[in-house]
Design a binder for this molecule. Structure first.
Ligand SMILES: CC(C)(COP(=O)(O)OP(=O)(O)OC[C@H]1O[C@@H](n2cnc3c(N)ncnc32)[C@H](O)[C@@H]1OP(=O)(O)O)[C@@H](O)C(=O)NCCC(=O)NCCS
Length: 180
């Protein structure tokens, strides 16, 4: 079953529920991008159409999260994924934008939209994690009002074991984005 939790629109982007047919686009973008894949910490490696299909199947059958295809509104181009979910006290967002589309402000815009949706759903706090060697990811969080809450370690089997991570958090009560 594919969940229908709505489509979100912003200035340049349409975030629509992820669908099985996105597997090919995911594989095309992340397959040849091992460094981007490593930064996501959760996408399948190797990222092929088949492994992407399995990953999408897990996401769209989850009852504890939302996963969106990040598409360009003007032509429907698939550019990446954003989602959030997890236990109620620790709802975490994850995202990636395909290499050809980076540095156009799309991740910033998509995160802003998700933060607004989460706030509208009554979620009080959103978390995010990045690797210390991923300044672009830290940047898009800070630009959306997240603050660095600390450092920790995570066992990430897909990434070969223990890794240091940065923890970010945003309190959603009365939150506003802070463009810096
Ligand atoms: C992190 C990522 C999502 C950013 O997507 P994006 O669409 O390029 O992001 P935006 O264009 O909205 O913003 C990127 C910001 O990071 C900055 N940036 C990019 N590369 C940077 C670098 N190497 N060092 C410092 N800042 C960097 C940009 O200048 C921009 O900030 P600015 O608007 O203040 O100039 C994208 O690089 C990505 O998908 N990477 C691989 C997967 C990943 O890291 N996912 C996140 C896992 S936590």
């Amino acid at each position: 079953m594919e969940l229908d939790y709505g489509t979100l629109s912003s200035e340049h982007l349409t975030l629509r529920p992820l669908a099985m047919y996105d597997a090919l686009s995911i594989a095309r973008l992340l397959g040849p991008d091992p460094e981007g894949l490593r930064m996501t910490a959760s996408m399948p490696e190797p990222c092929t159409e088949e492994t992407a299909r399995r990953w999408i199947a897990q996401k769209i059958s989850s009852s504890t999260g939302y996963a969106f295809a990040v598409t360009r509104s003007e032509d429907g181009e698939f550019m990446g994924v954003i989602g959030y979910g997890g236990p109620p006290q620790e709802i975490t967002i994850g995202y990636w934008i395909g290499q050809p589309y980076r540095r156009n402000g799309y991740a910033t815009e998509a995160i802003r939209t998700i933060v607004q949706q989460a706030a509208g759903l009554g979620i009080r706090r959103l978390f995010a994690e990045t690797f210390p060697d991923n300044p672009a990811s830290s940047r898009v969080l800070i630009k959306n009002g997240f603050r660095l809450a600390g450092r920790g370690i995570r066992n990430l089997p897909l990434q070969g074991g223990i890794h240091e991570v940065l923890h970010y958090v945003i309190e959603l009560d009365g939150c506003t984005s802070t463009e810096e």
